[in-house]
Design a protein around this ligand. Sequence first.
Ligand code: CIR
Length: 345
Amino acid sequence: MDIPKFHPDSRALVKQYLTPAIYKQLSPLETPSGFTLKAAIQSGLKNPDSHIGIYAGDALSYSVFSRILDPIIHAYHAVGKTFEHSPDLDQTGLDQPSLAPLDPGKDFILSCRVRVARNLSEFCFPCHIHSRDRARVASLVFDAVKKLPQELAGSYLSFNDLSPSQMQDHLTRKQAFPKGDRFQDAAGINRDFPDARGIFASQDNNFMIWVNEEDHLRIISMEASADLSGVFNRLCRGLGHLSTQLEFAFDKRYGFLTSCPTNIGSAMRAGVHIRLRKLEKNKGILEKLTAQYQLQIRGTGGEKTSVEKGIFDISNKQRLGIPESLIIQNLHAGLAAIIEAEKSL
Ligand code: CIR
């Protein structure tokens, strides 16, 4: 039984850890919903530049295929062999009043955004979901958002209701999300797009839920300010309400279960868009600080985009085995140090 051939240049974690012995053991297996190793690694096989190269098709993929997923999780999340995840989210958010203002002069931080990924425990994940269940997910979210409190209340836009030109218009105004990238495409996540996809947005657009993108739900709190704790606390309030309506896939070891194993644990990315004109020319200092505070630099267009006009997207790298409030506090401390460095140059 030969391991499928990854591209010779591929440095994907799945290629590094999929030994002949693990392949032999896992290739005949399937989860009760019928998800296989072959399906899980399609993205890595088809994309030689994958960093990870594997997706989970359902919650049980994490146990059935643990012999390949665990080493990848250890390597990516830098956790020991006996990791676990205890979330500390509740409706109040950070229990201290708030974090010190990061950028009172409004000189650097353009916006803050905190998102979590969630999947409904009852259904397969997007790369393996049946179209009927995808529609069911959308309908459950549609019902749940009707019960949000006034502060978060808003409207649900189903992409099914948009003509191609309306969809394009919404994409331009960032009121819709596009079809996933080629990594998601190879995994099967884009099937039937834009069917059963949609976005819930609060009236002020500060609280949103993307439905049936890479995960069933991407719950997002954001605003054009430097108020990181305010943004996080709003996310906690929204999530608290949604958790009373929806049952999320969760495991004591892996935390919240997501399509991509890089997102498990808190499944949270908290970040800012920040203008750093001086550090842009002194990237070594910026990289040292981001490494010290376990932060990640991305382009402002998201995953695998480049930095433009000195505006960086800086967010947490750690997601697994760290409580959510600590992620926010570490990000806050890292940003304070980065702003100090920028000022001193
Ligand atoms: C890869 O293997 O490079 C892609 N599947 C992306 C991995 C990063 N995870 C993500 O965007 N959720």
